[in-house]
Ligand binder design. Structure first.
Ligand code: S3P
Length: 169
């Protein structure tokens, strides 16, 4: 069944949240972010959840969130945490858009942003850049596998990117 949902997936810092906010401005879509959902049911930040209960606990919350989305959400733009693409029911939730960029492109984007330190600090898996690059290399082919649509976002302005997405969905 087509639920009319659009799911944005991609590596940490690629711009899923920013692109989601622009898409909402330019369309009648309503938006949900999986990290925000998890933070609201837990009443604490993702960073705290990792520190206090570890990554596996967080992954279980993502799974719970994915099941909830499948059952309850339609006609919504869903932006996701960088590891959410692993959910087995992803394609049952909606159409998956992979926001693609090289690792260097992502680092440049973060470093050129006004709140670079904040962006790095809130992401436990970006603490060690060598480890983060390894994670990127592991994930990159999986993002492509789960994607219905691939959008290259590297070195492009947000208006161009959102226009392309709106044309393709
Ligand atoms: C994660 C990405 C984060 C957040 C958590 C784990 C990941 O979301 O869900 O820190 O595994 O890539 P962003 O992609 O929004 O940074």
């Amino acid at each position: 069944m087509n639920k009319g949902n659009i799911i944005l997936v991609g590596f940490m810092g690629v711009g899923k949240g920013t692109i989601a906010r622009e898409l909402v401005k330019q369309s009648s879509l309503f938006a949900i972010d999986t990290d925000d959902l998890i933070e609201s049911i837990e009443n604490r930040k993702v960073k705290k959840i990792f520190e206090q209960d570890g990554e596996q606990y967080f992954r279980n919350l993502e799974k719970r969130c994915a099941l909830w989305l499948e059952e309850n959400v339609s006609n919504t733009l869903i932006s996701t945490g960088g590891g959410f693409y692993k959910q087995e029911n992803l394609n049952k939730i909606g159409k998956v858009i992979y926001l693609q960029s090289s690792f260097e492109g992502i680092l440049n984007r973060i470093n050129n942003s006004e709140d670079a330190q904040k962006k790095l600090k809130k992401r436990p898996l970006l603490k060690n850049l060598e480890e983060a690059k390894k994670l990127y290399d592991i994930r990159v082919s999986d993002y492509i596998k789960v994607a219905d649509i691939i959008i290259n976002v590297e070195n492009r302005n947000i208006i161009d990117i959102t226009e392309e997405i709106l044309e393709k969905i």
